[in-house]
Design a protein around this ligand. Structure first.
Ligand code: PGA
Length: 258
């Protein structure tokens, strides 16, 4: 059965003091959360620090990126094995900020997906169209192609116990979220596409939405049948805002899924 999954992506923000402060308060606030899953993705250098506060908490650790190699002469990279060593559970891959700023393409991202599955971590495959693609009606084909590239290389089975995050690029950090009804259409399409290969994987896969989520708009997204959680950027940097979003997930009975 799918559970709502709320992830806070702190991106390239914070320092030792602010991050310690934030994680202590969040762990405290989320002490009674039991009906949804919550994770935090701090900058990589603070994973170890955050992990120490998450022991015996209700919050999982998420990494913002991973390399395709497990070890060796790859200066500056971080491997899936290292992330696992730090008790990481989820790893974001294919975030549009990496696709844009680091020129990561679908094949490269698919390799990251595969290595994470091999090591036993949960990939969160970020997909989504840019404004031009949205305006020209190409949202569906862009999103499905991003998923297809993983299926083509590794088969649909790798999507078993994985997460997809639909994040229209134009909605990220813009204060202008996509409409929940429109997001539902894309999520349904993605689920149906996976169902063509394997119905039970399609029924189980968690499909999050991301892009200008706030405590004020989040419930409208949870009300949609195929939206199984949210990936939160800016609003996750504030304890009150993020906790309100988590609470909205906790109070939203989505156990009808399946
Ligand atoms: P945002 O970021 O909530 O600030 O729009 C979302 C994301 O990039 O995951």
């Amino acid at each position: 059965m799918r559970r709502l999954l709320v992830i806070g992506n702190w991106k390239l923000n914070g320092n030792k003091n602010t991050i310690t402060n934030l994680i202590i308060k969040l762990v405290e606030a989320c002490a009674n959360i039991s009906k949804c899953s919550v994770a935090i993705a701090p900058p990589v250098v603070y994973l170890d620090l955050v992990m120490r506060y998450l022991i015996n908490s209700n919050i999982w650790l998420c990494a913002q990126n991973v390399d395709v190699h497990v070890s060796g002469a790859f200066t500056g990279d971080v491997s899936a094995a290292m992330l696992q060593d730090l008790n990481t559970r989820y790893v974001l891959i294919g975030h549009s900020e990496r696709r844009i700023h680091h020129k990561e393409n679908d094949t490269y991202i698919a390799k990251k997906f595969f290595i994470l599955k091999k090591i036993g971590l949960i990939p969160i495959l970020c997909i989504g169209e840019n404004k031009r693609e949205f305006d020209s009606g190409h949202t569906e084909s862009v999103c499905l192609n991003q998923i297809k590239s993983v299926i083509k290389l590794f088969g649909v089975e790798v999507f078993n116990n994985s997460v997809i995050a639909y994040e229209p690029i134009w909605a990220i950090g813009s204060g202008m979220s996509a409409s929940p009804e429109r997001v539902q259409i894309v999520h349904k399409l993605v689920r149906n596409y996976i169902a063509n290969y394997n119905v039970s994987i399609a029924n189980e896969i968690v499909i999050q939405y991301g892009g200008s989520i706030t405590p004020e708009n989040v419930t409208q997204f949870f009300n949609q049948k195929d939206i199984d959680g949210v990936l939160v950027g800016s609003a996750s940097l504030n304890v009150d805002s993020f906790y309100k979003i988590v609470q909205a997930a906790e109070n939203h009975d989505k156990s009808y899924h399946g």
